[in-house]
Design a protein around this ligand. Structure first.
Ligand code: BTN
Length: 250
């Protein structure tokens, strides 16, 4: 499917503050680059139908065939009292809201930044910072077929289509994502992670799972109220992790 997220297609579904201005390129290197250092106001959004150099976390690439997924970046100016690493969880919560509203299924958040549906990663978040400006990039696998998903990812990828058999209208989904991100972001901005913690905790994919974190075996205990991950490293010893690459046992 090669529909487009051009402004006139998306405008009927963008209701709030997020999405103005709306920067759209049919193809670009990375939507992150359209916003980083741009000086644009909070809520500016960059969208494309195809990235030639899509960025993932930890220096990885993020790839999807043209017109198959959501590739969106949002510019934010969080207040100084907020811890910026929490933003990835806030965006993951908004992406999981969007997936749940579209599919009617429960989505989970795999700390720190992945959205899972039926044990497959359907969305990832990349937050990049310059000064106090954060560009939050969200990649959501929507209409890819099984063959179009990357095979060599640390967490197995799925798309909404491979997991439900349904093809989705990406413009509707994008409108929903911007709406939910605005709501979740404003709750966090005004009340901190405490206001979202119940819903993040309820979607905690790793809780109780055997994991490796940066190569070390452990059991994930929980995402804490400050957004860090508590793990059990054995012999009744626990540790709190700020960031890292978590792999889970199936
Ligand atoms: C990850 O899980 O590694 C994060 C992936 C983030 C991908 C999105 S797609 C839109 C935005 N532009 C990019 O180049 N990356 C993010």
């Amino acid at each position: 499917m090669t529909d487009s997220l051009a402004p006139h297609v998306v405008a009927p579904y963008v209701r709030g503050r997020f999405g103005a201005p709306y920067l759209y390129e049919p193809e670009c290197e990375s939507t992150q680059l359209l916003l980083l250092g741009s000086g644009l106001p909070e809520g500016a959004v960059a969208v494309t139908d195809h990235q030639t150099g899509g960025r993932g976390r930890l220096g990885r690439r993020w790839e999807a065939p043209a017109g198959s997924s959501l590739l969106v970046s949002v510019l934010l100016h969080p207040p100084p009292e907020r811890r910026l690493p929490e933003l990835s969880l806030v965006a993951a919560l908004a992406a999981s809201d969007t997936v749940e509203a579209a599919t009617g299924l429960s989505a989970q958040i795999k700390w720190p930044n992945d959205v899972m549906l039926n044990r497959r990663k359907v969305a990832g978040i990349l937050s990049e910072l310059s000064d106090r400006t954060v560009v939050v990039g969200i990649g959501m696998n929507v209409n890819q077929t099984r063959d179009e998903l990357p095979a060599d990812t640390p967490t197995e990828a799925g798309s909404l289509r491979t997991l439900t058999g349904v093809t989705y209208d990406r413009a509707v989904l994008l409108g929903s994502l911007l709406d939910k991100l605005e709501q979740r972001y404003e709750s966090w901005r005004d009340g901190g992670l405490a206001d979202l913690y119940g819903e993040i905790g309820a979607r905690d994919f790793l809780r109780g799972r055997r994991i490796t974190i940066d190569g070390e075996a452990a059991t994930a205990l929980q995402v804490l109220r400050d957004g860090r991950l508590e793990i059990d490293i054995g012999s009744h010893e626990t540790r709190v992790i700020e960031s890292g690459e978590v792999l889970f046992a199936r």
